[in-house]
Write a protein that binds this ligand. Sequence first.
Ligand code: WTA
Length: 580
Amino acid sequence: MEINFVRVSQKKFKGKPNMGAYEKVYPNFKWEDVHDEVEWFDGGKLNQAYNTIDKHRNTWRKNKVALYWEGDDGSTKKFTFLEMSNLSNKFANVLKSNGIKKGDRIFIFLSRIPENYISFLGILKMGGIAGTMFAAFGPEAVKDRLLDSDAVAVVTDVKLKPRIDQVRKDLPSLKHVFVVGGKDLKKESGELSFDEELAKASRDFEVEKMNPDDVAFMQYTSGSTGKPKGVMHTHGGMAQQHITAKWVLDLKDEDIYWCTSDPGWITGIIYTILGAWSNGVSQLIFDGRFDPDRWYSLIEKYQVNVWYTAPTALRMLMSSGEDVPKKYNMKSLRHICSVGEPLNPEPIRWAHKVFGLWVHDTWWQTETGSMLICNYPKMDMKVGYMGKPFPGITASIRDENGNEVKPGVEGDLCLQPGWPSMFNGVWKNEEKYKSYLKNGWYVTGDKAKMDPDGYFIYVGRGDDVIKTAGERVGPFEIESVLIEHPAVAEAGVIGKPDPEGIRGEIIKAFLVLRKGHTPSKELEDDIRKFIKTRLAGHMYPKEIEFRDTLPRTQSGKIMRRVLKAQELGLPTGDLSTIEK
Ligand code: WTA
């Protein structure tokens, strides 16, 4: 495959990039150099929400549009920086007047409506810890997060509230439920109308001055084992989030920017809310479903200049044919970036044909808090490579003993810890946090290679984590729900390459049935529905295979590695620990 990878000269990059030539910037860069990109309060304190929105209200950007919003039904709204600042001040006041304190966990369970962004900022302003939940989550996924975090409040809307109601009895810490559009609410159960509360609240609020290592938000994410874990991010991550958006996304004041990610995932938090607005950019947020015509028409309608999306979306656009984009004028686009899963050369070449631009791949993780390995406007790109480490970041490919391997050799992608946006803990799970660090390096869980020119290429996950349509899914979470189905006795879940070549991986479940149940198409469909309604649509197993037994270790753990190797026709490796 590697012979396909070509080097692309960046001489034709449109406009003057914010970042200088990579070769010059990288060797001399120190994090102190970007300290002043952030506005600090006395005593080394700061607040991410202040830096994202409020700092602009005292400048010419006050009346600049921060958010162009469009819903699935075509309705539109827009908010200036001043309006976003006032509304989030109001919500910060609402939280405080309801007795919610600094350090309390407040979760958001909303689709990409403006209230989602307003709530997030309001929480950070009063020093609360925000948590986001993808609107497609079912009651089980919602419960796991609210329970583990001991959340005291949640912001939701009329449509999504029933999923919280279903699990409310299991959530003793949850005192307040703010409901957007809510009427006739049960006050005795702590249900409050978001809109009425906001209308009553003052728009003046003095933001809480936080220490750089104070937690601002947490993002639940999946690993190989156990339920999703709360990855904690600090206010101090701001400088890096700001500078990566400025240099990699190349955001400029005159830009209209569109990031297609949802704030339920890390990209939606860092590169819609934090890094994008801290750069003062006007952005489009589309709260609707994927549809090629609609997406292209949004680029045309809003004259989008910078677009941050994902490989699956690009592949879906590609598969919808070349005639669809021809209907629209997308000349406004000047820069496209991608994240979340491997970006293979094919969609890059397709996008170059359709948009006349090379898609710039960026690599990072929930835990890293911002982009770490990227392609830059002034660095020649190798198509199919993730790029090179961001200034201030040292990346290295290491073997299982922690020794650096030679260029071209596959190993663990490791990073030298200590970059500003690095997570500073896992909620109530110090052991998990420590497990990421080995021999003084942060071990990402990804397998990769570095070529002799210092470009990194992705090989695959080193663990059982699944990446489907760019979303990170833990097999354990799905297995736990599968075995709650009345017909299922045992379950093993893996990711396998999508036979259609669109979604990266698809989820496959191997199931052993309980006595008295026999495999059937109806049972398969029922099991899929069971997952969709409890966890989320993207977490259902597209393929199901019934087996008499599953490979287990002598201690009883299901060997997903063996299931995967069998599925892919690869050697199963060491089976000495398998149960005979
Ligand atoms: C994968 C998303 C290949 C990788 C921001 C990583 C990628 C995981 C890329 C993190 C890329 C992310 N090329 N793989 N450019 N970007 N990944 O936490 O396996 O949802 O470890 O963060 O996505 O996923 P997460």
